[in-house]
Unconditional design. Structure first.
Length: 294
């Protein structure tokens, strides 16, 4: 069932687990995510960023497919605009049927980020959608941004930011970064800061840059209060490596077999991640229970 992210994350917050937010840019991505969620009886969030839908994931094709698959799934599924920055992209997402909006004003001044996030939060809520903001800055792994302490989220500023914007979830910067880390590198996360943020805010917190962060870091992050974890790079890499392996084994392999193999490998990875973050087995209900998640 396709629902707002708000109820999904409220349950995760109340029960101290996290929900995976997977970026999707084609049918195989979406089917892998929905199949994994259904198999594991786990809520899940489908992320699509403006870059992805401008470059490849055409929304007029993607959204009907997502709605169809989610409607048949026995678990709550949200469709979230990931890292929306431009008003036109956010308006398009709301018009097309996204159930959640993440506004990324992290590169702006605090004052500008607060003011625009407040506007976007109001827009989203007026349409029954959830809204996620970001305070601090989760930059790029290739630039070493995860190690820049001055990018980390300030607790006192976060309290004021949430109070004024009324966001449903807050993405915090505690040492992760987007993209692929250098080989052998595992980020060092500021769990003390995360605990302080959770204690002060008492709300769903989001970890961006979940790819490559290491199982122990992810496990501890959930224990300390993270309720949504964005994973893009690792899922895409699983699909790529599956195709490369299949071609290496048999260069004349059929295209459909390549794609179905990649889909199955992505599903397996997503299922294992759901086990890691504690979302597996949380939902045992029928579609008649949809109302509680809206």
């Amino acid at each position: 069932m396709l629902v707002s992210m708000k109820g999904i994350l409220a349950d995760a917050d109340s029960n101290n687990y996290a929900v995976m937010a997977c970026n999707c840019c084609n049918m195989e991505n979406v089917e892998a995510v929905v199949a994994a969620a259904s198999s594991k009886r786990s809520a899940v969030i489908i992320n699509i960023s403006p870059r992805q839908f401008h470059l490849h994931a055409d929304l007029d094709a993607m959204i009907p497919m997502i709605v169809s698959l989610a409607s048949a799934a026995p678990v709550p599924i949200a469709l979230n605009l990931d890292h929306g920055k431009e008003y036109d992209d956010i308006a398009t997402a709301l018009k097309k049927g996204f159930t959640s909006i993440m506004f990324d004003g992290s590169a702006l001044t605090y004052e500008a980020n607060l003011a625009i996030t407040k506007q976007i939060s109001t827009m989203a809520h007026n349409q029954g959608c959830a809204c996620e903001g970001e305070l601090g800055h989760v930059g790029q792994a290739s630039a070493g941004d995860g190690e820049k302490v001055d990018y980390f989220t300030d607790v006192d500023m976060a309290v004021q930011f949430v109070k004024e914007t009324k966001v449903d979830a807050l993405a915090v910067a505690i040492g992760t970064a987007h993209g692929k880390y250098p080989a052998g590198f595992v980020p060092k996360l500021d769990f003390v800061r995360l605990k302080e943020l959770k204690s002060a805010l008492q709300m769903p917190l989001v970890l961006h840059g979940g790819s490559g962060s290491g199982e122990e870091n992810i496990r501890r992050a959930v224990e300390c209060g993270i309720n949504k974890i964005n994973v893009c790079t690792d899922v895409f890499a699983i699909g790529r490596d599956s195709v490369a392996h299949a071609l290496g084994e048999n260069p004349s392999v059929d295209w459909m077999n390549l794609m179905s193999g990649a889909q199955k490998d992505m599903q397996d990875y997503i299922e294992s991640y759901m086990d890691l973050i504690g979302s597996s087995g949380r939902y045992q209900y029928t579609l008649a229970d949809k109302q509680q998640f809206d």
